[in-house]
Design a binder for this molecule. Structure first.
Ligand code: GDP
Length: 472
C-alpha cells in the first residue's frame, strides 16, 4: 500500500496508529482500513473483484447449432523420452505440410496443420509431452482434442508413458496409441499391448476401445494409417466451431524477437481472427499487425483450429493464456491492465486449490463432489494398497478419484497435474523434489506425506467427513 501511494511504510503505520489500529510492516490490511488510510493520504481506492475480471475474459457466448461448422482436431503427441515423439512430429511436418506453390519451408511456430484427405486436416501442437500439455491446462486452456501416446515397441510402457496416460485421462482427452520403432529388431508390440492391458487399457486388437497403430516414425511406415485413425476419432468427437464471429483461442508460445518485436503463436479455437483485430492475451494486448502461417506466408484471416503467428502484442503472454478480440482500444487496455494487476496480486492471493482443510468448507457449501488425489510411493505394493483403500472411501456425496499413481519421487509434473486437476498429492515414504516443492508452494498445491498407510487413510477419511480440526 505504501508503495502504491509512494509514501514510507512508517507513514502508513503512523496513520494506522492515529486511527487506533496497531499494525506491523508485513501485515495485511482489510478493505475497510485500506479505505480509511488511503483517504488520509488523499487517495480514493477502488477494489476490483478478481473473479469478475477473469469471468469477463473467459466468457464465450454459446453458438447457435446452425452456425457451427466442422473444425480440424487438435492433437498433442505424448510419451516417454526417446520413444520417438519428436521424430514423429518431424516426419509429419516434413512430408505432410502443404508446402504450396511458393516452395515455402516450414517454420517452427509451435503448431502446424497437415492435410490428410482432400478436405480433412489435422492440427498438431509442435511441443510434444504431457508437461507442456498440462502446463497449458493449468492455465485454463483446453486445447487438445486427441492425444497420441507414443510407445517404443523395442522398449516398454515406461514411467512417463504412464504419466502421459494419466495426464490425458485427467483432462478427459481421448487417446490413440502409436507403437513406434517397429522397424527395429526386438520390436514387440504385443508385449506393449499386454502391459497396457494391465493398466485396464485394451487396444482394439485386444477387444478394447482404444485405437492403436504400429509405426516407424523414422521410416515413415504406417504414419498415414495413424493419421487416418486420428481423423476417425475426430469424426466420433464431432468437433465444431463457429467461424462467423470474433476469435477466441489460446497462446501456444510467445517470445521477443530482436527485429520484429513480440511474436506470438496463437491457436484460434472459435471464430475467425483477422489482421487488424485488437486482441487481449493474458495481461497483454495489441492490434494484429501481421499474421503468418507455418510456411511463413502472410495470411489475413485464420479460422477455427488454425495456428497463426502474430505480430502486434505488447508483451509475451504465457502458453495457455486465453485470447479474445475487443473492439475498443480503451476496453482492451483496461482488461489487460486488470489482468496485470491480478498477476501482481497472485503472489498474495490465496489460491483456490483443494487442501484437506478446505474439504470441510467446500462440503459445507454443498458443491463438492469429487476429491482428486495423486499418489506417489516407494514401492508398487503400497501405492496400490493406498489407492484401493482411498477409492473405497468414496461415498454417495464424494467420489475419491485417483488421477495418477506411480512409484517415485513427487515431481514437478505431478504438481502441474494437481494444479490442472485440482488434486491433493499424497506421498508414501517419498518426498517432493525441491523443484516440485517450490512449484507446489507457488501454485498452492497441498502435498501430504505419510509413512503409515493407516494414517493416510484416517486423515483423508476425517477430512471427507468434515471433521478435520481447522488449522489456525
Ligand atoms: P522423443 O524423446 O520421444 O522426442 O524421441 P526422439 O524422436 O528424439 O527419438 C529418440 C531416438 O529414437 C532418436 O535417435 C530417433 O532417431 C530414434 N527413433 C525414433 N523413431 C524411430 C523409429 O521408428 N525407428 C527407429 N529405428 N528409431 C527411431
Amino acid at each position: 500500500l505504501a508503495n502504491l501511494m509512494d509514501v514510507s511504510f512508517a507513514d502508513v503505520i503512523g496513520k494506522c496508529m492515529g486511527l487506533g489500529i496497531m499494525v506491523s510492516i508485513n501485515q495485511r490490511l482489510d478493505a475497510e482500513v485500506i479505505e480509511l488510510v488511503t483517504e488520509e493520504f488523499g487517495f480514493e481506492v477502488s477494489f476490483i473483484n478478481l473473479d469478475d475480471v477473469e469471468d469477463e475474459v473467459d466468457e464465450d457466448e454459446e453458438d447457435d447449432l446452425e452456425d457451427l461448422k466442422s473444425r480440424n482436431p487438435i492433437v498433442t503427441i505424448m510419451g516417454h523420452v526417446d520413444h520417438g515423439k519428436t521424430s514423429l512430429l518431424d516426419y509429419i511436418r516434413r512430408t505432410k505440410v502443404a508446402s504450396g506453390e511458393a516452395g515455402g519451408i516450414t517454420q517452427h511456430i509451435g503448431a502446424y496443420v497437415v492435410n490428410v484427405d482432400e478436405n480433412k486436416n489435422i492440427t498438431f501442437l509442435d511441443t510434444p509431452g504431457h508437461e507442456a500439455f498440462t502446463a497449458m491446462r493449468a492455465r485454463g486452456a483446453k486445447i487438445t482434442d486427441i492425444a497420441v501416446i507414443v510407445i517404443a515397441a523395442d522398449d516398454a510402457v515406461m514411467p512417463q508413458t504412464k504419466e502421459a496416460i494419466s495426464h490425458a485421462q485427467a483432462a478427459g482427452v481421448p487417446m490413440i496409441f502409436a507403437i513406434n520403432k517397429i522397424d527395429k529388431d526386438g520390436a514387440n508390440p504385443q508385449k506393449i499391448y499386454e502391459q497396457l492391458s494391465q493398466m485396464n487399457i485394451l487396444v482394439e486388437e485386444w477387444g478394447g476401445k482404444f485405437q492403436s497403430q504400429e509405426i516407424s516414425a523414422k521410416q515413415g511406415l504406417n504414419v498415414d494409417a495413424l493419421l487416418e485413425k486420428i481423423l476417425l476419432e475426430a469424426e466420433v468427437l464431432d468437433l465444431k466451431a463457429n467461424p462467423d464471429k470474433e476469435a477466441t483461442g489460446s497462446i501456444v508460445e510467445a517470445s521477443l524477437d530482436k527485429g520484429r518485436g513480440y511474436v506470438a503463436t496463437l491457436l484460434v479455437q472459435n471464430g475467425t481472427l483477422r489482421q487488424g483485430d485488437l486482441v487481449v492475451a493474458g495481461q497483454y494486448y495489441g492490434r494484429m499487425k501481421a499474421m503468418f502461417n507455418e510456411l511463413n506466408q502472410r495470411i489475413e484471416i485464420a479460422g477455427p483450429s488454425t495456428p497463426v503467428q502474430v505480430l502486434g502484442l505488447n508483451g509475451a503472454p504465457q502458453a495457455g493464456e486465453k485470447i479474445k478480440v475487443y473492439n475498443e482500444e480503451s476496453e482492451a487496455k483496461d482488461i489487460a491492465n486488470k489482468r496485470a494487476q491480478i498477476m501482481r496480486e497472485q503472489g498474495l492471493r490465496t489460491r483456490k486449490h483443494i487442501t484437506l482443510d478446505e474439504i470441510g468448507r467446500r462440503l459445507a457449501l454443498g458443491n463438492f463432489k469429487e476429491l482428486n488425489i495423486i499418489i506417489k510411493g516407494d514401492v508398487d505394493g503400497s501405492v496400490e494398497a493406498l489407492s484401493d483403500s482411498l477409492q473405497k472411501l468414496s461415498t454417495e456425496e464424494i467420489v475419491v478419484s485417483v488421477v495418477h499413481k506411480a512409484v517415485g519421487q513427487i515431481s514437478e509434473s505431478d504438481v502441474l497435474l494437481a494444479t490442472a486437476s485440482d488434486a491433493i498429492i499424497l506421498g508414501f515414504n517419498v518426498r517432493a523434489s525441491s523443484q516440485a516443492a517450490r512449484l507446489a508452494d507457488v501454485e498452492g498445491v497441498e502435498i501430504k506425506t505419510y509413512s503409515i498407510i493407516y494414517n493416510a487413510i484416517e486423515e483423508i477419511k476425517s477430512a471427507m467427513e468434515g471433521m478435520l480440526e481447522p488449522k489456525v
